[in-house]
Design a protein around this ligand. Structure first.
Ligand code: 0WD
Length: 273
């Protein structure tokens, strides 16, 4: 018997085996959860690259369904939730692990962000949580859990995170308002603020290698998180083990977020202590 035995849920946002959503999926599967998956639709249906990448990962673990869903399209969201209700009836958890910003708007300074780029990034990276939560509410069991993925760049300035930082601020605020509104239905809504994990989305953010080095130097644990640690924490927040937690942004970053300055041993010539 696992922590999630008998639990059913949906994962939005697996792109490949590096995706954070895949790390969390593996941890949920190990604990007995039953899952369905959505993926970014393929531009060319004749070459279903996205679909094949996701199927290759999730079919061996008994995926109940794998469906394309562009979270920018209401009709695709409606169709996805109709299919989820048809397959599962009610669900116990939903993972939102989706973000995107146009590279030109993400890599430049915020003062240069285009109106269209801002709207697109906010739509995919923040509004989509609201769109999913509103559709999940009628088919979610009491005790259900919704989780999204955020990053410290939504709370503090992290050079290079830029426009995505504004999206994460909105995402984290949406997490709190949704938690306050859905709590009476027994539904929890939380955010997992992960330290840097080398994925496709991450490769679009500033000097990622530098960010990894920073975490190794500055974080209290003097290292980066592992994908497995994010997976386990995500499973925890989606399971009944976190039944008393809602509206929370849980930092899984080796403690980096508590630091207001570099540890002494990180400053050349300064011995610790
Ligand atoms: O260090 C990191 N990687 C961190 C990521 C640290 C802290 C937080 N996060 C967050 C990200 O901001 C995101 O919200 O975790 C979440 C997942 O990010 P990831 O696992 O790093 O990235 P990735 O594997 O790329 O998954 C994001 C996916 C997209 O993948 P690709 O590689 O195809 O861009 O979001 C999906 C897409 O699969 N996606 C969409 N899905 C549906 N509709 C859409 C869309 N319009 N746009 C992107």
């Amino acid at each position: 018997m696992g922590l999630c035995s008998g639990k059913k849920g949906v994962v939005f946002g697996i792109a490949n085996d590096r995706s954070i959503a895949w790390q969390i999926t593996k941890a949920l599967h190990e604990q007995g959860a039953e899952m369905g998956f959505t993926h970014l639709p393929d531009r060319d249906p004749e070459r279903p690259k996205n679909e094949n990448k996701v199927r290759k990962l999730v079919e061996p673990i008994g995926a109940k369904f794998v469906i394309p869903c562009d979270v920018q399209k209401d009709e695709e969201l409606d169709g996805s939730f109709a299919r989820i209700a048809q397959e599962f009836g009610k669900i116990d958890f939903l993972l939102h692990s989706i973000a995107f910003a146009p590279p030109n708007d993400l890599t430049g300074p915020v003062y240069n962000v285009s109106r269209a780029g801002f709207q697109l990034a906010m739509d995919i990276s923040a509004y989509s949580l609201i769109a999913l939560a509103g559709r999940a509410r009628p088919i979610m069991n009491a005790g259900g859990s919704i989780l999204c993925l955020t990053y410290l760049g939504g709370e503090k300035v992290i050079p290079g995170y830029n426009l995505m930082g504004l999206c994460k601020s909105a995402l984290e605020s949406a997490t709190e308002y949704l938690a306050s509104e859905m709590g009476k239905d027994g539904i929890r809504v939380n955010a997992l603020s992960a330290g840097p994990v080398r994925t496709i989305s991450a490769s679009g953010v500033g000097d990622f290698k530098k960010m990894l080095e920073l975490y190794e130097t500055f974080s209290p644990l003097r290292r980066n998180i592992t994908e497995d640690e994010v997976g386990k924490a995500g499973m925890f927040l989606l399971s009944s083990m976190s039944s008393g937690i809602t509206g929370e942004t849980l930092h899984v970053d080796c403690g980096y977020h508590i630091m207001g300055g570099p540890p002494l041993d990180a400053i050349p010539g300064k011995a610790e202590g």
